[in-house]
Every structure is written in C-alpha cells, then in structure tokens.
Design a protein around this ligand. Structure first.
Ligand code: UDX
Length: 431
C-alpha cells in the first residue's frame, strides 16, 4: 500500500479465521502463506476451492492468488516471513478451559525463525496467554521477536466486511515497535486502531462477546415476561433500542444464541473467572437463560399437543443463524435431541446446513423444501430466520399439515396473518 511496506506474512491455520485473515491481508497487498496441517484442506484450497461458505471470500482468494498461497510445509511458510499470525482453534478442554495445544505447537514450530519480527495471536485465548507465549518465545531464542494480541470480531456471513471495515482494530502489544508494525500491516483497513497492553486486548474479545450475549439473553427474559403480561417484546425492543445509550443491536428476541463463538467464549470467560476464585454471577445467569431459551419451544409444543410422543415435528432451519452452513451449538440440535427423547418424529429443512458428526438425524430426516418437511406434521418450528421462509405458501402448508401448530422461534412471521390462515401461532414474547 502507498507509504507502507508490503510484508511477508505466515498465517497458521486455514480455518475460518485464518482464511479470512490471510485473504484480507493479501487483498491489502501483503504476501501471505497460509499453513494448515490438514492435507485435504490444503489440496482443496490449492485447487481453487474454499472449504467454508463465506460471502466474498472465494472471490477474494481467487483475486489474490499471486500473493496468497497454501501449504502444509513449515519451511515454505516461514521462508522470509516477517510476521506470524496464529489463527488456530482453541476448543474447550475437559476442564472447561480453552485447549491451547494448537497454539503451543505453532509456537514450537517457530524455533529457529530468527528473522521474524512479530508473532500475533488472533485466536481467542484466556487472558494471560500472551504472557505465556512471550516466555516461550524468549526461551526459544526469540526474545527479539515482538508479540501482539490482535483479536478478531468477525461475525459469520460478514467476516470479510468485518475485517476490511471493522468497528475497531484492537492491538495489544508490549512494545511500541510491534504495535506500529501491526498497525501498519492494517493500512487500508477502514477502522480506528486501538492499542493497549496484551492482557487488556485479550479481555476485550471475551468481554465483547459476553456483553453481546447478555443483551440477547436480557431481551429473551423480557420476552418471557411480555408473554406473561400481555406486552409485545417486538415493540418493547424497538423502543428500548432507540435510546442511543443502549442501541438497537442484539435486541432481537429468539430461541437462543448459538454458533462457534458465543457459547464457547462465554463459558471460557466464566471458567477464567472461576480460576481466579471469582464467580461471574451475571454471565452465569446469561448462559442459563440461554440454555432454558433453547428448550422453551418443547414445553410450549407439549402444552399445545398434549404429548410429543408419536408427534411429527418439522424443524424449519437448522443452522445457528441464516447465511451460514454452520450448525455448531445451534438451537436445532437441542430441539431435535429433546424431541427424539420425547418420542417425537423429527423432520427438517435447511438450505445450507453442514451437519457435523453429532447430528446423524439430519441426513435421515431432511427434506428439500419447508413445505415438504411440514407435510403431515403435527407442528412446525421456525428455528432459523432464513429469508426463504418468508416465501413459503403458508396457506398450502397449513392445509397439508396434520395439525397447523406453528412455533415461530424468531418472530419471523406476522402473528395475525398466520392465525387468519388457521395456524395455532406461538411466537417469542408476542401476545
Ligand atoms: C459472533 C460475534 O458477533 C462476533 O463479533 C464474534 O467474533 C463471534 O461471535 P457469530 O457467532 O457469527 O458472531 O453470530 P452473530 O450474528 O453474532 O449471532 C450469534 C447468535 O446470536 C446467533 O445464534 C443469533 O441467532 C443470535 N442472535 C443475535 C439473537 O438471538 N438475537 C440478536 O439480536 C442477535
């Protein structure tokens, strides 16, 4: 970029974050080598395919193929690299703490890379991880290599935009030169850079996700209270959100939050607190409210149908939100396993879901359209607010159901309109 040197960057991990980071840094003009240990993934990327669905990512990778390469080979990754970006996953371990083993294996692989200028951790990690990585780098003869925490705040479905036009770029560094190096690396990104110490930067990520999750659990509890008092949570949320001190975002009531970040990061923050001997009471309640929220549809269906045993229930949408193929911690997985445990028959529809190993029921019960999934059903649940559901011929779908009972877990549809079509309609926090 004009006035800023192009850098040679090694990105470790070709997962969701590594791919977006690598592609966007290449788009900014840097030379990037992305390394992964999964041969299939690397082969796929080399052939021009992208293993995840993310708007704009495939085009960006194709556009930058001169500057962006993928490899299994460590030597190739580190050859000439000035900055090493760590984008490996940090799943929960048996104790609930984040499992940092993948981070340690990357750090170990940097031994001997004495020409590096900085190591940057983008993975979500417990506060204090940077200090431990720093010590490991010192012990490996890399005391002259700078260290920075540069957490990501990307939401699935808008990750490329979130990288290129973020609300803020957070850089936690222990020395000014490293902070400047990473600031310059982002030259061309439209967003304010906030420089701080490493521990604070690590905390920003966990605190941000926890506060967003708190807003959702809060409005979900208000929704329950609305049901009991006859208020309409949609009206309440709209007016509450107009207060500029509160803001309109993350006040959409629904059937619970899921995904790869909120559940994992809120648990990790709670665990981090427990390890210090402090109990995060508010966050614990936020998590509990969400766990209950994911089960609410079950009780309401039971009340309506009398029993779930032998009932056929259609789940409309499976992913944790629309615009993604990700089913991690999705409400659909909780609903399906509860329904199956109650003896119900599950049918489902989703335009994009990519189920993992824990959801074998998807392949046997999946239908091509929402209408097909609903045919002969005793109840249907809107689990994910896919726009396709707006286009359903709901009158025909009602006629084809055994009982037109509808739980709208995302308040996607118009209650009066659905009732006029003959549905027994239940929403979240609506009278
Ligand atoms: C989130 C954060 O937004 C992102 O900054 C962080 O880096 C990773 O976690 P993501 O998991 O992709 O991103 O999804 P997001 O759009 O934030 O939604 C998370 C969950 O909350 C979804 O299940 C969604 O349905 C739910 N949600 C969101 C609500 O129920 N109500 C809302 O108002 C907003």
């Amino acid at each position: 970029m004009v006035g800023k040197p192009e850098r040679q960057v090694a990105v470790f991990g070709a997962g969701y974050i590594g791919l977006v980071t690598g592609a966007c840094l290449a788009e900014l003009g840097h030379r990037v080598v992305v390394r992964d240990i999964d041969p299939e993934k690397v082969a796929l990327l080399r052939s021009g395919d992208v293993p995840i669905y993310e708007p704009g990512l495939g085009d960006m990778i194709a556009r930058n193929k001169e500057r962006l390469t993928f490899t299994l080979d460590l030597g190739e990754t580190l050859d000439g690299a000035e900055i090493a970006y760590v984008c490996v996953d940090t799943p929960p371990s048996a104790s609930g703490d984040a499992d940092l083993s993948r981070i340690w294996s990357v750090v170990k692989s940097l031994e001997g890379a004495t020409h590096l200028k900085a190591v940057v951790v983008k993975s979500t990690v417990p506060v204090g991880t940077g200090a431990r990585v720093r010590a490991a780098l010192d012990a490996a003869g890399l005391a002259h290599v700078g260290y920075a925490a540069n957490p990501e705040f990307t939401a699935e479905g808008r990750a490329v935009t979130d990288f290129m036009r973020p609300d803020r770029i957070v850089i936690g560094a222990s020395d000014e030169a490293t902070a400047q190096l990473i600031t310059d690396l982002h030259h061309g990104v439209e967003g304010p850079v906030v420089v701080m110490d490493v521990r604070s930067a690590e905390m920003v990520k966990l605190a941000s996700n926890a506060l967003l999750a708190t807003k959702i659990s809060f409005i979900n509890e208000i929704a329950t209270l609305c049901e009991k008092t006859g208020a309409d949570v949609e009206e309440v949320a709209r007016a509450v959100g107009l207060d500029h001190r509160l803001g309109p975002h993350f006040l959409r009531p629904g059937i619970g939050w899921g995904g790869s970040c909120f559940p994992k990061d809120s648990e990790a923050l709670r665990q981090l607190a427990s390890n210090t001997g402090y109990h995060l009471q508010l966050l614990s309640a936020v998590i509990e409210v969400n766990n209950l929220q994911k089960r609410r549809a079950i009780q309401q269906l039971k009340d309506e149908l009398g029993t779930l045993a032998g009932m056929r229930v259609a789940l409309l949408g499976l992913t944790f939100k629309p615009g993604t193929d990700d089913m991690r911690e999705a409400t659909s997985t909780v609903l399906a396993s509860r329904l199956l445990a109650e003896g119900a028959e599950v049918r489902c529809w989703d335009p994009m879901a990519r189920p993992g190993e824990v959801e074998p029921w998807v392949s046997t019960t999946r239908h091509a359209t929402p209408e097909e999934a609903m045919a002969g059903a005793d109840a249907a649940v809107v689990v994910t607010e896919w726009p396709q559901l707006k286009e359903v011929d709901w009158a025909r779908a009602a006629a084809a159901m055994r009982r037109p009972v509808l739980f709208d877990g995302r308040n996607l549809l118009d209650p009066a309109g659905m009732r006029a079509l003959g549905y027994t309609y239940m929403g979240v926090g609506r009278p």
